[in-house]
Design a protein around this ligand. Structure first.
Ligand code: NAD
Length: 261
């Protein structure tokens, strides 16, 4: 098992990508703290882990606030004693058009995506530095790498990429690795409102991907497992697009230039 004898915290672990990461890490031997704003979601994923023979702890917490993060890590360390792997996965995209977005909504995007990663990293770093080992994995987005709309959310994700790089530089000498995954479109409940308006949105987005489909939560969990494990012990500060080739180039333009076979 790749994560035997470790304790992981997965924020936003009650749904979609976070759920898949939590289940995968537990299957690989990690005791997983499933943290989610929606406590019932965290409990449901923790129950899935337990039913499969894994070890889990569900915690309801808003990781965009100091109080929520204090609560999360006080509970997690009182039960498991330590945190070896932190996955900053909680995220949401709200509002966005610069002409109409209110200042507090802009701030909320940054709090959910970026401040949460800062607060949770701050909470785990002293323990990781004491042990001389630890992994921080930030779930950013291809939106943080290029212009794809959702301005506030995307700017916060770009900040998350830079936060990852600086975390890797400053704490690498203490044995802490920090990496970032930038997922492309992944079919999760985050898309449910959009699907309600346009049921074909996933099929429409799939044509932009060289691999011909959007992603699954398990596509991201596989990359997360690799980066969290000792198989990646000399990898830090990277931004790994897990995106079916979306950011490799201008796929549709390239297709237009290549003669049809
Ligand atoms: P999701 O909505 O299925 O799950 C996100 C979970 O985070 C939810 O359970 C939600 O309750 C929780 N959450 C939200 N705010 C929180 C807070 N303040 N504190 C604690 N928990 C909170 O979404 P998902 O698609 O699984 O997204 C997971 C991550 O992946 C997000 O950071 C998202 O931005 C990123 N991402 C998703 C996609 C995609 O297409 N699905 C693409 C790129 C990046």
């Amino acid at each position: 098992m790749l994560l035997a004898k470790t304790v992981s915290v997965v924020t936003g672990g009650g749904s979609g990508i976070g759920r898949a990461i939590a289940l995968t890490f537990a299957r690989e031997g990690s005791a997983v703290v499933v943290a989610d704003l929606r406590e019932e979601r965290a409990e449901s994923v923790a129950a899935e882990i337990d039913a499969a023979g894994g070890m889990s702890l569900a915690i309801g917490a808003d990781v965009s606030t100091v109080a929520g993060v204090d609560h999360l890590f006080a509970r997690a360390t009182s039960v498991f004693g330590t945190v070896d792997i932190l996955v900053n996965n909680a995220g949401a995209s709200i509002g966005n058009d610069l002409r109409t977005i209110e200042s507090d909504v802009w701030d909320r995007n940054f709090a959910i995506v970026l401040k949460s990663a800062f607060l949770c990293s701050k909470a785990v770093l002293p323990g990781m530095i004491d042990k001389g080992k630890g992994v921080i994995l930030n779930i950013a987005s291809v939106n943080g790498m290029m212009g794809l709309s959702e301005e506030a959310y995307s700017a916060a994700k770009a900040g998350m990429i830079n936060l990852t790089q600086n975390t890797a530089l400053r704490y690498g000498p203490y044995g802490v690795r920090a990496n970032c995954i930038a997922p492309g479109t992944v079919d999760t409940p985050i898309w449910s409102e959009r699907k309600a308006v346009d049921p074909d949105v996933m099929q429409k987005l799939a044509v932009w991907y060289p691999l011909g489909r959007v992603g699954t939560p398990e596509d991201i969990a596989g990359a997360a497992l690799f980066l969290a494990s000792d198989a990646a012990s000399w990898i830090t500060g990277v931004v790994l697009p897990v995106d079916g080739g979306l950011t490799a180039g201008q796929f549709r333009m390239g297709q237009g230039l290549v003669p049809k076979e």
